[in-house]
Structures are given as C-alpha cells and as structure tokens.
Design a protein around this ligand. Structure first.
Ligand code: NDP
Length: 305
C-alpha cells in the first residue's frame, strides 16, 4: 500500500476555529449578537478541569462570551439544576455544557435533560438524540466527537458514503451510537460492534470505514483492518512508556495511545487518524461550531455551513 493520508485533526480543527471566528465577527457586526458558551464543572477532577479550561479558552479565541461556573464537589443536584435553569433563561448564553461525569449525589441524566434542548451544544439531550435518530440531524445539535469524525471521513470520502461498509466498535451514547446514525444518514451500511460481538476481527476486516471507540489501548491490530480502509481512532488511553524512563518521584512516564495499533493499521489503511492530534482536537472545534449555530438561530439567521 502507498502511504496513508494522515487525517490531521489539529490542523482541521484550526481551520474550523478560523471559520467560526470569522462567522462570529459577521454575526456581531450584522446583528449585535455575540455567541455565548457557558461551561459548568462540579468538583476538582484534574482531567475535567483541563477539558473545561481548554473549551473556555477556545471559546474566547473565537470571540464568544465565555462563562465558567465552578461548583464544589459537594454541590447538590438542586443547586446544579438552579444554575442550569438560570443559564437556560439567559439570552446572552447560546450553549450550555455540563462537564461529565458528575459527583455521585447528582443524576447525570436529570441534569442533561434540564438543559434547554436548543442550547444543548453537546447534543446529549433526548430531543437532539431523537432528531438524529429520525434523520433530522440538520435540526439537531450533533454530539461533538462523532460530528468531528464525520468531518474527517467526508474530507477523504466525500458526502455520500453509498455502498460503503462502516463498522463502529463501541456503542456508547456519546460516541458509538450517534456515530452510527450519522454514517447511516450518509448512506453507509452500518454495523455496530461491542464487547459481546463474536469474532470482532473478521467483522472489522469488512469495513471500508472503521471507527474505534472502545477505550482499550491498541486493541485494533492490523488484522482488523481491510486494505484501503479509512480508520478513525476515537480512543484516548494513557499507558506507561517504559522507553521514556521515570518521573522524579519514581513513577513511570506515560504516553497517549488510541484504540488502534497505529503502525500496523497505517500499513493497510487509505487514511488514518493519529492519537494524539486526530479526533481529540476536532471535538472542541465542533463544540464551537455548535455554539455558533445556536447563536445564529437565536438571531434568526441561518448558520453558515
Ligand atoms: P464507553 O466505555 O462508554 O464505551 C466503550 C464501548 O466499547 C462499549 O460499547 C463497550 O461494549 C465496547 N467495548 C469494550 N471492550 C470491548 C472489546 N473488548 N471488544 C469490543 N468492544 C468493546 O466509552 P466512550 O464511548 O465514552 O469512549 C471510548 C473511547 O473514546 C475512550 O478511550 C474515550 O477516552 C475516548 N473518547 C475520546 C473523545 C475525543 O474527544 N477524542 C471523546 C469521547 C471519548 P459494551 O457496550 O458491550 O460494554
């Protein structure tokens, strides 16, 4: 096989952010409306703090109003619901994002359903899930990670995936299932595989488009990959990196790997996403695009494509 296309999520996300920034400027100039994104975090989980920080920073770069609500670990469900309610009523906020997971005293599902579906830029509200499932994705907020995967797949294969077999490994509500709906809407023939799938390698080896969203380091090896497949690796796994030595405290250094054994898969693929620098950066880009769309809608304008 010739060298695969490396689907560079960092560069692609940068171009999306530039488009969003330009469209934000136009919206402000023409209507006075500034897109507003509110991120809500409960507790001090370090990974969640990093995610929320980078979302807020990116929103500012796009020219959005960016609001961050940091609540303590012992916040009650009622208190959080009051914050969400206030944001629902706030006309300067067009996107609300509650960082998951929430502490155990709070029901994640209840909080997500309390967000106004028209401000649910994460695309987790049942109204948005239903719109996507019934083929009305144009009216929905599409969850950001699968939306980003679709952008990269379309960059390589175009808009119409008729006749192509797509296999998604993973059936979570935030990645696997919406990914399947989007591929189906683009006319691919879709299989969703999961932990109970028999002979996963041979199921995957039929895929023209293979999306791995499992959370198991490098489990998709070369024999899972069809020659010429487009391989999208959603997985983000931190593993020990014996070759990098140890930290000052003696703990081993680590590195990030995907669900796909990159070198083996790249040797067969037509196109592949790296980890890091593939799907990850696209997720934030799509969050900004969703928030922009919400602000355009609120201003009575059609959002740029
Ligand atoms: P979940 O844990 O919710 O789902 C994992 C899925 O993988 C499940 O459907 C599970 O099957 C399936 N699975 C687990 N083990 C196997 C196996 N041995 N063979 C086949 N299928 C298996 O994960 P998420 O969907 O939330 O995330 C998946 C990965 O993507 C993680 O690494 C996560 O960090 C990453 N991620 C990356 C994002 C990004 O921005 N790049 C955003 C979101 C997630 P079953 O349902 O049967 O248990």
């Amino acid at each position: 096989m010739s060298d695969p296309i490396i689907m560079d999520g960092k560069a692609r996300s940068k171009s999306i952010i530039e488009e969003v920034t330009a469209a934000t400027r136009r919206l402000r100039d023409e209507t006075g409306v500034q897109p507003g994104l509110a991120v809500v975090i409960v507790g001090s989980d370090p990974a969640s703090q990093v995610y929320v920080g980078s979302k807020a920073k990116r929103a500012e770069e796009c020219g959005f109003k960016s609001v961050k609500h940091e609540l303590t670990e012992d916040t009650s469900e009622d208190e959080l619901l009051k914050v969400v309610d206030a944001l629902n009523r706030d006309d300067t906020i067009h996107g609300i994002l509650v960082q998951l997971p929430l502490p155990k005293q709070i029901d994640d599902a209840k909080v997500i359903q309390a967000i106004d579906a028209d401000k649910d830029v994460d695309g987790f509200h049942l109204v948005n899930v239903g719109r996507i499932a019934t083929g009305a994705a144009d009216e929905a907020f599409v969850p950001c990670t699968p939306a980003g995967c679709m952008v990269m797949i379309r960059d390589v294969l175009g808009d119409d995936l008729s006749g192509l077999n797509a296999v998604i490994v993973g059936r979570s509500n935030i990645v696997g299932k919406p990914m399947a709906q989007l591929l189906l809407a683009a006319n691919a023939t879709v299989t969703i595989a999961h932990s109970r799938t028999r002979d996963l390698a041979s199921v995957c080896a039929k895929a023209d488009i293979l999306v791995a969203a499992v959370g198991r380091p490098e489990m998709i090896t070369g024999d899972f990959v069809k020659d010429g497949a487009v391989v999208v690796d959603v997985g983000i796994n931190r593993v020990e990196a014996a070759d990098k030595g140890a930290n000052a405290d003696g703990s081993p250094k680590t590195r990030l790997v995907g669900d796909v054994a990159y070198d083996e898969a790249a040797a067969k693929a037509r196109a592949i996403t790296p980890v890091p620098g593939g799907v990850g950066p696209m997720t934030i880009g799509m969050l900004m695009a969703n928030t922009l769309r919400s602000a355009y809608r609120a201003a009575g304008r059609e959002a740029p494509k």
